[in-house]
Design a protein. Structure first.
Length: 114
């Protein structure tokens, strides 16, 4: 009978020890992995929502272009880019294919830094 009581007490203590070890690991995991991904997703959604005509963009395929039209309607939102000024070449890509946006303010600041 004494052995049964001792074993029961250790089981509760082991569970408490397990929780106190795993809880900090879960919190650290949240702050290292999940929170930065959520912040990056919000930043990207804000960037895509702010795309407007005459913004200079870079696609995930490496194509630079100037936005001529933004279509947010329909199942797949798209952006029409002018990629060649002299021949007026335009390309339509999915809005999600835009990797980076260079606004007019950023375009004028970049040459002065170099």
């Amino acid at each position: 009978m004494i052995f049964a009581e001792a074993a029961g007490g250790n089981g509760t203590g082991a569970w408490l020890t397990l929780v106190t070890l795993w809880l900090p690991l879960i919190v650290i995991f949240y702050f290292i992995l999940i929170r930065p991904q959520r912040r990056e997703r919000q930043r990207r959604e804000a960037m895509l929502a702010g795309i407007k005509k005459d913004d200079r963009v870079l696609t995930i395929g490496g194509i630079y272009g100037v936005v001529t039209n933004v279509n947010r309607d329909g199942q797949e939102p798209s952006v029409t880019l002018r990629v060649d000024e002299s021949n007026n070449v335009k390309v339509r890509v999915a809005l999600s294919a835009v990797a980076r946006v260079f606004n007019a303010e950023q375009a004028t600041e970049s040459p002065s830094k170099g």
